[in-house]
Design a protein around this ligand. Sequence first.
Ligand code: TMP
Length: 210
Amino acid sequence: MSRGLFITFEGPEGGGKTTQIHRLVDSLRSQGRDVLPLREPGGTTIGEKIRALLLDLAESPMQIETEALLFLAARRELVQDRILPALQAGRIVICDRFADATLAYQGYGRGMDLAALKALNAFATVGLQPDLTLLLDLPVESGLQRRKMDPADWNRFDAASLAFHQQVRQGYLALAGAEPGRWRVIDAARAADVVAVDVWRAVGEVLAVI
Ligand code: TMP
C-alpha cells in the first residue's frame, strides 16, 4: 500500500493560511504532483453542516464540550471519507487545521483537559498524525485586525476575547515546541511572498525524504 503525504496548517486567526495553502497547492500541482486540499471543520457534507453550526454567532453560548465533540465528529468524517483514501492512493493531502486545533482552541483556549482531548483526537482520527505541521504564527492583535477586514466572515471564534486568542497562540507554540520534528514555526506577520518561501522550503524538506 503506498502512503502519500499529510501536511497541516495551523495558527491563530488571520495568519493567512488560506492564501498560503492556495499558493502551495498551485506550486505542487505545477510540478505534476497530485494534491488534495481540505479544510477543518468541513470537506464533507456532514462536516460543512457542522462547520456552519460551530461558526454561527447565533449559536452562543455553546457548551465547550459540545463544541469539542462537534469538531471531533467533523474530523472523523473527513479522516474516513477523504484523508485516508487519498493517502492510501499516494496523494499529498493538505489540510487547513486538524487535530492540533482542538488542543489549541478547546484545550489551551477554552481550558478543557488536554489528556482527554488527545484521547478523543486519537479516537476520531484512528491515530492519524500529520507528517508535517506548519504553524503560521503572528501576534493575535494583528491577526484579528486582518480578520476584521472581512466582516461578512466574522464568526463565533473571531468574537471570542483577546485573552482566549492569546491562550490559543501560546498553546500552538507549546505544541510546536514539544514536537519539533513534526512542526515548523513560520513568522506569518511578514508579507505573503516571504512567508510562501518559508512554506515552500519546509515542504521541500519533507518531500526530499519520502
Ligand atoms: P478557520 O477559520 O481556520 O476556517 O477555522 C474555523 C474556526 O474554528 C477557527 O476559529 C478555529 C476553530 N477551530 C477550533 O476551535 N477547533 C478545531 O478543532 C478546529 C479545527 C477549528
